[in-house]
Design a protein around this ligand. Structure first.
Ligand SMILES: *Cc1c(COP(=O)(O)O)cnc(C)c1O
Length: 662
């Protein structure tokens, strides 16, 4: 699409999203206020209607008692202080905020949450959340549909998903579930369950394809169901005591001395929650093996070579992790090729799970989905953009349905309040391995059994008590804006178009500023996160370039000691490192910037990498058609002004070109 028609498509969507947010100026304050008041009153009626015959317990005169008044004043004073203090918050709602992965909140989610809070449901189980626990299970199905998992609970192998406090805990849940599934066939062998087609030895049992392990689990469940009650109890106990969850890692690997603690293979760009997860699970950080990237994507040749090595050395692999939207660069790993590699590896005897960490990028799938849930072709999607999506991006999204599990954060690109991450697994039957209690309802008839089962949500999740209001917020949002390209996808589309406009403007900026600096977009953005690398003209030293970026960024970060209004823009930074990019890619970028690669080697910590500006373009009002303002243009004008000032200072001090920092 050309630039003009893009622009008009961009503005044609506006009326459809204008009621979505409170808005940068609080434009929709009236709407929000009406809804909040309406549903607060509604809640009060609900209280009164429970047993209208119960008289009010707080007297109508209570509010005149001095103690009441004293409490009220104390409460007011503290609330005023809180409200005042919060004025120092980071203005995520503003199109001047280009920093981290957060923006304004969708009104349906915000209102649903406020509406639900006074009911205070606890989604640990239906006893404490008769309404919202079902909503959470439905959210799992909504997200499953978005990524191409089976989402019909009438199907025995329907997917399952639940909310977590965030992507970190969802990734942890993925590890926990993959380990349970990997080790279960070993326990079945150990117990000597008859009539099942068990693997020949422990090595095979520990290295099944997850689908084969799932089938074995199902066969075992069916076999159990056919036993007498007494036998069932006995066998269940016997298998239970041989499970890794029962014995612990130490006990399990002592008993199966021929097996090693499995590795997790993830790209170097993986989020640090993976390190946390391996520590928490007791596998140990050393079991996290980081793989190089090539062209800003996980290098599947290196992955394959690593798996070859593992097979040779009889080193089991728990899972490979692909990232859909890296936290630092927004880049997307080749999920499709990772799955091909997994099939080959499993066929050669080294089965493992494939998990996709789509905490950031999961909602990108909305622009790839038709309303009927089918996948849009690359060309259909591309008709809306200048260069999005790269073939690799389309292929990665298209392959999501074949992965074993996925992490998605509604509190990132879903524009929902914090406390809403999500974990999804492709085949819900494996969650039997997570249940704290024996999972009896398993053989009831679907889909009723499915919903009933997960009403005891606390059985399956890492957390216990948790917010039902969060589940209501996500559920209602996905109902108002279904997760396809005509609904939620309109928002996602705005972010991608903004990124394309930003990329274009950055190129112009580079040429406008070429006297002062060398600026570039170091790699084509995969989605809505765009980085800009800048080096003062004539400088060869990475350390001096980094110092320059630090000074630029200092003005663009939250600083509670300063009035908020002094900030023109908020941005963030990240680094380019040879380990993450590969030497060739790193050299290409350093050369283009006029930097001497040798200045990276042996540098102090911090200067062994290149600092760059990072921009998250998820605010839907970056281009204000109402007033003809582009905050993208304004940002680059601001940046140009700052650079002229810093370069001027540097020349006056004549220390920039020489690359010394005093
Ligand atoms: C943000 C993020 C996480 C962690 O999610 P939290 O919600 O912050 O716990 C994990 N992986 C990726 C790729 C992320 O972007």
């Amino acid at each position: 699409m050309n630039r003009e028609s893009l622009q008009s498509a961009f503005s044609a969507d506006r009326p459809r999203i204008d009621a979505c947010f409170l808005g940068p100026y609080g434009e929709n304050d009236g709407l929000l206020e009406r809804l909040v008041v309406e549903f607060l009153r509604d809640h009060v009626y609900w209280r009164r209607n429970f047993h209208p015959e119960d008289p009010p317990a707080i007297s109508t005169e209570a509010s005149r008692h001095p103690d009441y008044l004293a409490f009220e004043s104390r409460m007011r004073r503290e609330l005023h202080q809180l409200s005042a203090a919060l004025k120092k918050s980071v203005p995520f709602h503003s199109p001047r905020y280009l920093g981290h992965m957060v923006s304004d909140l969708l009104l349906p989610g915000l209102v649903a949450q406020i509406l639900t809070l006074p009911y205070n449901p606890n989604n640990v189980s239906e006893d404490a959340a008769p309404v919202t626990v079902d909503m959470e299970v439905q959210v799992g199905l909504q997200l499953a549909r978005m990524i191409g998992y089976r989402h019909d609970p009438a199907q025995p192998d329907c997917a399952f998903g639940h909310l977590t406090s965030g992507g970190t805990v969802a990734n942890y849940q993925a590890l926990r579930l993959a380990l349970a599934l990997k080790a279960f066939p070993v326990a079945l062998r150990d117990a000597g369950v008859p009539d099942l087609a068990l693997p020949e030895d422990d090595w095979q049992a520990f290295n099944l394809h997850p689908r084969a392990a799932t089938n074995l689990l199902n066969d075992y469940q069916s076999w159990l169901a056919a036993q007498s009650a007494a036998d069932r109890k006995r066998w269940r106990q016997r298998v239970q005591t041989g499970r890794i969850e029962h014995m612990g890692l130490a006990g399990f690997f002592a008993r199966h001395a021929n097996l090693r603690v499995p590795w997790v293979l993830a790209p170097v760009t993986a989020h640090y929650s993976w390190s946390k997860g391996l520590k928490l699970l007791g596998l140990g950080r050393a079991q996290l093996q980081l793989l190089p990237e090539r062209g800003m994507r996980l290098d599947t040749d290196a992955l394959e070579a690593m798996l070859e090595r593992c097979k040779r050395e009889r080193q089991p692999v728990l899972m490979t992790v692909g990232v859909l939207g890296t936290t630092e660069y927004g880049t997307i790993d080749p999920v499709d090729r990772m799955l091909e590699v997994r099939e080959r590896s499993s066929a050669a005897g080294l089965g493992h799970s494939v998990h996709v960490d789509a905490a950031w990028g999961g909602y990108l799938a909305t622009v790839f989905r038709n309303e009927d849930g089918s996948l849009r072709s690359r060309d259909e999607v591309a008709a809306d953009y200048q260069s999005f999506p790269a073939d690799e991006v389309h292929a990665a999204i298209a392959a999501l349905g074949e992965t074993d599990s996925v992490t998605i954060d509604p509190h990132k690109l879903g524009y929902l309040p914090f406390g809403t991450g999500a974990f999804l697994c492709r085949d819900h039957r494996v969650t039997a391995l997570l249940a704290e209690e024996a999972d009896y309802v398993f053989h009831g008839s679907a889909p009723k059994a499915y919903l009933e089962r997960y009403r005891s949500l606390g059985q399956f999740i890492p957390e216990g008590s948790k917010s039902g209001a969060n589940a209501a917020a996500v559920f209602v949002t996905h109902r108002v804006l279904p997760l396809d390209h005509r609904h939620f996808g309109l928002l996602t589309r705005q972010t991608i178009l903004a990124a394309e406009a930003f990329h274009q403007r950055a190129t112009q900026f580079a040429s406008d500023m070429s006297e002062q600096v060398v600026a570039m977009v170091p790699f084509a953005p995969d989605s809505n996160l765009v980085c800009v690398a800048i080096n003062p003209r004539g400088n060869r030293e990475v350390a001096a370039a980094n110092a320059f970026i630090r000074r630029l960024h200092d003005e663009m970060r939250a600083d509670p000691r300063q009035p908020l209004q002094l900030k023109q823009f908020f941005g963030s930074v990240t680094t380019l490192r040879p380990e993450a990019l590969g030497d060739a890619e790193m050299r290409r970028i350093l050369d283009a910037l006029g930097l001497d690669g040798a200045s990276l080697d042996g540098a102090d910590e911090g200067d062994d990498r290149l600092l760059i500006l990072r921009h998250t373009l998820m605010n839907p009002y970056l281009i204000d058609h109402e007033n003809g303002i582009s905050y993208i243009d304004r940002y680059f004008d601001y940046l140009a002004g700052r650079i002229r000032m810093l370069v001027g200072e540097g020349r006056a001090g004549s220390n920039l070109g020489a690359g010394h920092e005093h």
